[in-house]
Ligand binder design. Structure first.
Ligand SMILES: C[S@@+](CC[C@H](N)C(=O)[O-])C[C@H]1O[C@@H](n2cnc3c(N)ncnc32)[C@H](O)[C@@H]1O
Length: 172
């Protein structure tokens, strides 16, 4: 499990309602399912190829295969996993009434996307819940998350940013 998962496991309760934004092969999703007391996990990813500024684009063929693999988690974790093949903001609109305990953002890492993701998903996380994400060492991610933290005037004891695991976390 990654740093925010361990934090959530230690500090939040049971029957967690969670979402992962950007799922790809489902490796982190599976780690969450195995390591956390999850009641519901929404796995959100459009599985559509796009230009990635920090690497090669994911080919559409492998994304389609990844989707099929991740979709099979709905059988393995029946009633717990729900896969939404759509972009982050569309899913947020669909799920806007759900009080999330834990949302992990690891979708499109370009600044405007991260900026939108943190703002939109923050509102869906309930008080006492955790918003977090991956790749804080990427400049676009760091800038968007840091600007958001400054805007909210969050105190540093609830904004944790772990350099070695490249994750960030805000406990609401
Ligand atoms: C770095 S990978 C995710 C890896 C995964 N979180 C893990 O650690 O196992 C990024 C994923 O974000 C997805 N993605 C891109 N744009 C997205 C968007 N607007 N909303 C949700 N996911 C998006 C991509 O399709 C890709 O699968």
């Amino acid at each position: 499990m990654r740093m925010p998962d361990i934090y959530v496991g230690k500090n939040l309760g049971k029957e967690l309602i969670c979402a992962e934004i950007g799922v790809l092969h489902g490796d982190h999703a599976l780690a969450m399912l195995k390591g956390l007391p999850i009641k519901k996990l929404y796995l959100i990813d459009p599985y559509i190829t796009y230009p990635i500024y920090c690497g090669e684009p994911y080919p559409q063929g492998t994304l389609d295969e990844d989707y099929i693999k991740v979709k099979s988690l709905e059988q393995e974790y029946a009633g717990v996993v729900e896969v939404l093949r759509m972009p982050s903001l569309e899913a947020a609109e669909l799920l806007k009434e759900i009080p999330f305990d834990y949302v992990y953002i690891d979708g499109n890492h370009e600044h405007p996307h991260v900026d939108n993701d943190v703002k939109v998903w923050w509102d869906l996380v309930k008080k006492g819940g955790v918003l977090s994400g991956h790749d804080i060492l990427l400049n676009d991610v760091y800038t968007a998350v840091n600007d958001f933290v400054q805007m909210l005037k969050l105190s540093t004891d609830i904004f944790i940013f772990s350099v070695d695991s490249e994750n960030w976390l805000i406990h609401k």
